[in-house]
Design a protein around this ligand. Structure first.
Ligand SMILES: Cc1cc2nc3c(=O)[nH]c(=O)nc-3n(C[C@H](O)[C@H](O)[C@H](O)COP(=O)(O)OP(=O)(O)OC[C@H]3O[C@@H](n4cnc5c(N)ncnc54)[C@H](O)[C@@H]3O)c2cc1C
Length: 473
């Protein structure tokens, strides 16, 4: 069934009657805000944008959209990088921006019940007074929503020790294409029947619209030490990460930033320059940002962990191993890290953050090969690497005013994914498949896998109403 096509007046009127006229957007200047996501590689104006406040309103929207045979695309904060939240022409966007309530923080059971539009930073801020937090922490933490995290199974720097979003979702409520409500899991780990929660996490809005989540919170670690370590070569930083893990340490976070990105960051943050004692990042140097955490008494564990780390730094002749003096410096280092992508705005007017996974042992080789591919397209490439997990985020810098370059970025990104596959890695790191990586997915998976996935999707949504053109070509 063709679900493309511009919305009719009666569709808009029905939506207005269901959720209020002010929360149904149809004017081109309003719709433009929703035409792309943070990846900015594809643009497509939605037909209508709806801003529901409750599960009941999402149910109403789904029923109306079904009646008029249009498509539904869920949208959180639009910080996705792969075009997942972009609606096809004529499609109806369901923005969760107003579904932003923390419904409960259950301290005794260490869970929070939330609406999907709650942002990561807001949930952590509200849970901290109880000594709790939500550990997966994307670099987009200030803006991105928990619904978006669940939809793409987001992972961040601290996922190395504490797991990705999938490890922290206990319960999900989802509105399906026909308006039926599916409720799976709850406040406790549940394993009765098929694992719907596991299936829905990472399905990128193709099975339905998540309207409520029960998320697991963890106690804030009582002590943490943060280190900014500079190596002369990226390969030494990678080797340090390998040694750290092989010598039995599990840092809370282990992030590698290459010289292109760190130089841009130092420009933006002179304080970082002081901390890193004027180190020049003009060649192959790399920065390793390490969080070690432990129990309250530092003599138990943390001292030993630091000794191992310092030993490795000496062994590999780190140029500098700076330990943050206090909580304020720690926070500063991580805040600066979270601005790394934005800081490259000084180098180019647009970026595309590609996302793959590789075996850690292949890191230096793969970075060399990806940079060569970048050069062959005339593109500058920087790197952010969740190094402990082998999540590699090549940052392709380009000129958005040049349509030819946008094309080249697409091609270059695809070639990079092919290299990740060739070394035994994968294409799905942290940001989902969306529109941008559909071709790479079809090269990565066996046809039988793809078919099985499509069949499962059809069980939930036989007419592909929800996010119709995502994940699969
Ligand atoms: C600077 C920067 C840094 C980033 N760093 C990281 C990182 O470290 N790790 C990482 O994993 N990602 C990262 N991202 C990508 C992005 O922020 C995450 O994927 C985030 O989880 C997306 O959340 P969102 O609310 O913005 O979702 P959106 O972009 O709005 O949507 C993403 C996908 O989720 C679906 N979706 C959203 N809400 C729902 C819902 N309620 N029900 C069903 N489907 C839904 C959408 O349809 C879409 O397919 C980064 C992005 C930027 C711009």
């Amino acid at each position: 069934m063709n679900r493309l096509g511009l919305p009719t007046n009666s569709l808009v009127n029905d939506l207005r009657a269901a959720i209020g006229a002010a929360f149904v957007l149809t004017q081109p200047e309003e719709l433009r805000v929703y035409e792309t996501d943070a990846g900015r590689m594809t643009k497509s104006l939605p037909g209508v944008v709806t801003l529901p406040k409750s599960t009941e309103q999402v149910v109403e929207i789904a029923k109306i959209v079904q009646r008029y045979q249009r498509s539904l695309t869920a949208r959180g904060s639009g910080t996705g990088l792969m075009g997942g939240a972009i609606a096809s022409q004529g499609g109806v966007v369901v923005s969760t921006a107003r579904m932003n309530k923390i419904l409960e923080i259950d301290v005794a059971n260490r869970v929070a019940v939330i609406q999907p539009g709650v942002t990561n930073a807001w949930l952590c801020q509200q849970a901290y007074p109880y000594g709790l937090y939500f550990p997966p922490d994307p670099t987009s933490q200030l803006a991105s929503s928990l619904g978006g995290h669940a939809a793409v199974n987001m992972s961040g720097p601290h996922s190395l020790k504490y797991g990705s979003t999938a490890n922290h979702i206990l319960g999900i409520e989802m509105v399906m294409a026909d308006g039926q409500l599916l409720r799976a899991g709850g406040k406790v780990l549940e394993s009765a029947g098929l694992d719907w929660v596991g299936l829905i996490v990472g399905s990128e809005g193709t099975l339905g619209i998540i309207t409520r989540l029960v998320v697991r919170l963890l106690p804030v670690p009582p002590t943490t030490r943060t280190f900014a370590i500079v190596f002369d070569r990226l390969s030494d930083a990678a080797e340090a990460a390998i040694l750290l893990l092989s010598r039995g340490l599990l840092p809370a976070a282990l992030e590698l930033i290459d010289s292109t990105v760190i130089a841009a960051l130092m420009n933006a943050y002179p304080r970082l320059q002081t901390m890193l004692q004027g180190t020049r990042f003009d060649a192959e140097q790399a920065l390793l940002l390490v969080d070690l955490d432990g129990v309250k008494d530092p003599s138990i564990g943390l001292e030993t962990q630091e000794k191992v780390l310092q030993g490795i730094c000496q062994e590999l002749k780190a140029l500098l191993c700076y330990r943050a003096k206090d909580a304020q410096e720690r926070t500063f280092l991580w805040q600066a890290y979270h601005q790394a992508v934005g800081a490259t705005g000084r180098l180019a007017n647009a970026y595309f953050l590609q996302d793959g996974v590789i075996p850690l042992s292949k890191l230096p080789e793969v970075v060399g090969r990806l940079s060569a591919v970048g050069r062959s397209y005339g593109l500058k490439v920087g790197y952010l690497i969740h190094v402990g997990d082998g999540h590699l985020l090549p940052l392709l810098l380009y000129d958005k005013k040049d349509p030819e370059q946008i094309n080249q970025v697409h091609q270059c990104g695809l070639e990079m994914m092919q290299i990740c596959i060739a070394v035994g890695g994968s294409i799905g790191g942290t940001s989902g498949i969306g529109l941008e990586k559909r071709e790479a997915l079809s090269q990565f998976l066996q046809p039988v896998d793809l078919e099985a996935m499509k069949k499962i999707r059809a069980v939930f949504d036989p007419e592909a109403v929800c996010n119709p053109d995502k994940i699969f070509l």
